[in-house]
Design a binder for this molecule. Structure first.
Ligand code: SAH
Ligand code: SF4
Length: 379
């Protein structure tokens, strides 16, 4: 048979299209760009995944959309509820792998912890995601799909009170290594025709991919969190291997540049510091941290280490955590200790593992990152 004759055109998944891309798509199929707003509202305000339900769109356009497009969220394979109200989903993405998403309700607030990659290539020594290896980047549809599924799961599209008021890109993966898809998805989180969440409530957490952080500052103004975990390069090199490529001084300078680009002058970077007993929790290191952050507008979030199977670190005692916190507070920092949520369902920071079938790609990607002349090319 002639192959050209059986060409199968893959349908475009509209779930992940930013406003601009939705407009482009509509123009490409010969439609008016203003339809983008209507379709976005159906998908992200009303939670609709069936074109037939889009009543303000004419029959012929609906039929056309049916042929060339789809609204396809990833699939929930399991849902676990913690006694503290935290809910964790395992989500199957194309190719069969699983990623995890967590919703942490707190009064009127609902913080959704979203994954950006299947696994992670950066191999931080204390992180179970890193230990899983890297499989692939999530698509924009798979990233924003986590928000969509979370709201759907509570049957809360159109509800008066929002289910998801805050999003943190702190699930599986390094969001800056999946740059375009993460930026598109965060755009939808903040777009009024998407989820309308303010830039102060959308936070990207990075382990410090400096060139990508600079690029982020050019295209986005989301809140920034940086995983520091150590005040000097000798220690950070061991905990966060990407530090060998982008050491602390370069990373903090990039944080400052990020803040300098923001129009809002009161913004700060959140410094994340996972506390591990006997590793990075001494009073001396707290003092060194206070010193190294002296010139950066920041607040510090201390995360007591969350154990996972075969992890070699331990959570410090309450006393040690308080001692560390006190040094920072006395030095004038706003420091908080992140309370562990969803402990009983393995939903705490660093415990998300999903399922990664091919672990070989981590080393490839990591070697590339270590050796590449131009790191931006891997983005
Ligand atoms: N890759 C990004 C975002 C995902 S990790 C990053 O590294 O910033 C989200 C946060 O959880 C990071 O600060 C990470 O260092 C922290 N974390 C990872 N494993 C942890 C563990 N076992 N216990 C406590 N925090 C952990
Ligand atoms: Fe990747 Fe972040 Fe885990 Fe490091 S801490 S391995 S960058 S997910």
């Amino acid at each position: 048979m002639d192959n050209a004759a059986v060409e199968v055109v893959e349908k475009v998944n509209l779930l992940g299209l930013s406003r601009v891309k939705m407009e482009q798509f509509l123009v490409e199929i010969g439609e008016k760009p203003f339809r983008a707003q209507q379709i976005l509202k159906w998908i992200h305000h009303a939670g609709v995944d069936d074109f037939e339900l889009m009543t303000n769109i004419g029959k012929s356009l609906r039929a056309k959309l049916q042929q060339v497009a789809e609204i396809r969220p990833p699939e929930i394979v399991s849902q676990k509820d913690s006694t503290d109200g935290t809910r964790k989903w395992a989500i199957r993405v194309e190719g069969g792998n699983l990623v995890e998403t967590v919703l942490i309700p707190d009064g009127h607030r609902g913080t959704l912890c979203v994954s950006s990659q299947v696994g992670c290539s950066l191999d931080c020594s204390f992180c179970s995601t890193g230990k899983q290896g890297f499989q692939r980047d999530l698509t924009a549809a798979e990233i924003i799909g986590q928000v969509w599924l979370a709201i759907k799961s509570y049957d809360a599209f159109g509800a008066k009170e929002r289910t998801v008021t805050n999003v943190v890109m702190m699930g599986m993966g390094e969001p800056l290594l999946n740059f375009d898809n993460v930026v598109d998805a965060m755009g939808l989180m903040m777009d009024d025709f998407g989820y309308g969440i303010s830039k102060r409530r959308v936070t990207l957490s990075t382990s410090g991919v400096v060139p990508a952080l600079d690029r982020l500052g050019e295209v986005s103004d989301v809140s920034l969190a940086v995983s520091l975990h150590a005040p000097n390069d000798e220690l950070r090199d061991q905990l966060v291997p990407i530090n060998r490529r982008y050491p602390i001084a370069e990373l903090l300078a990039a944080c400052q540049r990020y803040l300098d680009r923001q129009t809002d002058t009161h913004r700060v970077v959140t410094i994340e510091y996972t506390l591990m007993a006997g590793i990075n929790d001494s009073v001396e290191l707290a003092r060194e941290l206070a010193e190294v952050l002296r010139n950066l507008p920041c607040k510090i979030n201390l995360i007591p280490f969350n154990p996972f199977p075969h992890s070699s670190y331990e959570r410090p005692s309450k006393v040690a955590i308080e001692r560390f916190w006190e040094v920072l507070t006395k030095a004038g920092y706003v420091a908080t200790v992140r309370t562990t949520r969803g402990d009983d369902i393995d939903a705490a920071c660093g415990q998300l593992v999903g399922q990664v079938t091919d672990r070989t790609r981590r080393s490839e990607r990591y070697r590339e990152l270590q050796a590449g002349p131009d790191p931006i090319r891997i983005l």
